[in-house]
Design a protein around this ligand. Sequence first.
Ligand code: MLC
Ligand code: AMP
Length: 468
Amino acid sequence: MGLLTALEGGHGDRGDAVVVDGRAMSWEELLGAAGAVAERVAGAPALAVLARPTAETVAAVVGGLLAGVPVVPLPPDSGPKERSHILRDSGAELLAVPVGERAEDAEAVPVDLGARSSGATFAEPAPERPAFVLYTSGTTGAPKGAVIPRSAVAAGLDGLADAWRWTADDTLVHGLPLFHVHGLVLGVLGALRTGSRLVHTGRPTPGAYAGARGSLYFGVPTVWSRLTADGTAARALSGARLLVSGSAPLPVPVFERLAELTGHEPIERYGMTESLITVSTRADGERRPGSVGLPLDGVRTRLVGEDGAEVPADGESVGELQVAGPTLFAGYLNRPDADAESWTADGWFRTGDVAVIGADGFHRIVGRASVDLIKSGGYRIGAGEVEAALRDHPEVADAAVVGVPDDDLGQAVVAYVIPDGTVTGEGLTAFVAERLSVHKRPRRVVLVDELPRNAMGKVLKKQLLDRG
Ligand code: MLC
Ligand code: AMP
């Protein structure tokens, strides 16, 4: 059986199995449109998909997966610098776009929701074949392509179905972007594998969540925190079965307020692009504020100290979280250097997150090893990539970017810039937004005469963070 077991299993008679931003499709329609894409792209080395939150995006992704062609989601707002990097690095010459749209830098594959496949069938690709190449930020440089095997997607989704008792009886609701693990792998493929109905709300606003009448809701902490600020919308979720938070730490007050307003203690789960979801609290278990719970079925975790020795799971000792198991990616595309840094000699993946594990196995994420990976609204943003974009400006002498604690976004991107001319903060924000995805632009630019540095010349980001 294929990756999208329920979809391919032919439960085709539900008229609104997938609703994206108001556009409803039955599974039969989805399979028809996706089948036409699959016939068009079969044999290609990769298929980039312009990943707007639309039904066309879902059909294009499913088409690539049916044909066994690795799918490369392209953030729809990525500026030319980021976009050309993703297309070039992934080797994707085809770009799926809604029918009638053109693509200037790739061969357009038109996605037509009215199309029907000619009925060609495709052999199920080998489990080790890549399902996706997902571009994700490191601390420096351009985003890296994480190669995600089909077997990892299958294992990850089955682990979550088990932990969350996620079945075809659920209606999944979310409004997250369709180019990351959360919104795309869990939020679309999870529904098509378990057979649950999917309602994608276009944007993850409190009003849209309240109106969607789902049983299972996904959100990043910013979404949950904004929902709790709207008591009426939050109370509308009291009829749901499960609220799930992830992609960044859920503040304890938001957990508590959500429980108070909806009657549901949220599930918190932890993961990464590279590992998919590895740790979660369970539908039938304790949901502890500030804790991400237990490893999913088949996943192994350990904590390692700075000296390389394993740290005890005693609820107090802190170490870098390392993970192993069937949900892990195969490596970074074209980046043996990044692979060498990320994998240990004995085959564990170094998450870069710092954690504590209790004697009862519960995991608590306490921070990140590097200040240069920022999480803002659940988006992962590399300080180095934003700094490089700022330095491309002719009137910037130097720049340092930090993630400042922020009640709404978790962290906000703040840039300290030494100007070399008359440039303004606003001008620089717009300059970054034109080059990279818009969520990477600084929320605030502080113009300074110099940056604090240590004797080696390295910028002291801790000092910048202390300035706020
Ligand atoms: C934003 N705006 C700015 C700005 N930044 N304007 C000027 N300067 C800036 N620096 C604008 C926006 O364009 C928007 O305008 C308005 O301000 C509000 O922006 P916002 O505060 O960013 O809110 P919003 O756009 O609503 O975004 C919040 C959010 C979003 C939570 C919806 O951050 C989001 O979708 N996050 C999800 C990220 C995600 O899915 N991560 C998963 C990674 S996978 P306008 O005009 O548009 O209103 C992963 C693995 C795992 O992590 O574990 O899941
Ligand atoms: P990404 O690659 O965008 O998927 O981001 C992965 C990172 O998000 C992880 O390395 C963590 O730092 C962070 N993250 C995801 N889920 C959680 C969570 N529940 N609590 C804390 N951090 C999280």
